[in-house]
Design a protein around this ligand. Sequence first.
Ligand code: FRU
Length: 492
Amino acid sequence: MMAGQLLKEARLFEENEDKRIRQKDRPAFHLSSRAGWMNDPNGFSYYGGKYHLFYQYHPFEKRHGLMYWAHAVSDDLLHWEYLPAALAPDEEYDRAGCFSGSAVEMPDGRHLLMYTGVQAVMDEGGMPRVLQTQCLAVGDGVDYEKYEGNPVLDGGDLPEDASCCDFRDPKIWRKPDGTYRSVVGNRPGDGSGQILLFMSPDGFHWSFQKVFARNRNRFGRMWECPDFFELDGKGVLLVSPQQMFPGCEYSGTLCLIGAYDLATDDFAEENDQAVDCGLDFYAPQTALLPDGRRVMIGWMQSWETCGGHRGDLDWFGQMTLPRELSVRNGRLCQKPVRELEKLRRGRTEYRDVVFDGELNLAGIRGRKTDMELEIAPADGEKAYREFAVRFAANEMCRTSVSFRPEGSVLKVDRGYPGSGKMVVHQRCCRVNSDNGKLKLRIVLDWYSVEVFVNDGEQALTAVFYTDRSADGISFFADGTVKMNVVKYELAE
Ligand code: FRU
């Protein structure tokens, strides 16, 4: 397999950049862009004995530009080894970018990628517009060759009323009977979003099956990056809406849970929820691991907040921790993959700490930590007004997670990162709390915080680029709080 000229150039460029970027300027256990810019995770899959993760990639600059697919592999989902970029926009049908897509292993052992090819064209009136089609590439886990029959889905395959400009991000899977399905994001005539379902007997020949889900202008507009899977007896559809309306709980990615009929591929929505209530989470993709776990990785960023990056870091973009999913009481729950526990070192524990006001605890500090907190009112009857944990802190900076029992609102706030740049800096959500009792697990890496509430009922994620030396962690209570803390250092 011969890499084309564009791909060769990108591979050379990223290799040199990677040598230049110091490991200590990267997150410790979150995947960051090998060079330049990263957005959506793509092609997350287990193949050839390793986890593979591709991503949307513009290696040459720290901004979204002409899209390539970058590639990394891992044995533990936490430490990633970069492989050479996998796709370059070097064909007529993808000349304006290789957009998001997914991967699956074929029965003959080949790795099949399905992605969106973007083309810039002129319409009849001479106006420029884009055309989006679905394309394939087949490979061995390192090198991928685009299929000669590309594109395999274009405007001619779409139902009436469906846009061929907004037609992207195929998520492919194999059904138990060996046939393939793919859900693709699309915009119908009402300007809203819809998810289309396509089928294929062999992975190469595709046809439209049905409209799988419709937004009908309920949650934002166009729905990007769909993912669909069965979990704990339910069908789960993840979509990332564009132009999401402002609101407390719904921000980045939406999860629709419902009944799924394997024989007819009918999906009947029952519940909806936000996947992550923090500031930086978008376009997640899941993979089914060989041990049966359904694991999700998201782009740890949101389009609205891209301006907050630090100029002196020579990479842009991180992925979230991989998260194990489950459905409990009709809701999606998520926890960091259990592999993270293997990185735990140096346990520090305090039980039944009763305090009101500021609190520092010996041994509780750090920027790469995994911390479990249980809080409750000290006096079972009388609720406190506010609890907060502050981290990445020094005299100038801090990021915090705070909780007010009244209204049951949890908030993440990175308003003091040490740079004047952040515009959107806080987000809140309502959480379940019985009279001020709350369980939080807070995972910090150098440039991010991920909060898991009540054993994974909800998650809040935010990136921050505070100087690495700011490693203070402290607690605050307005009213008397009783707290248990267990904290671990996390190894690189
Ligand atoms: C989502 C998205 C996708 C698209 C990709 C382009 O973040 O807009 O819909 O495929 O990014 O990089």
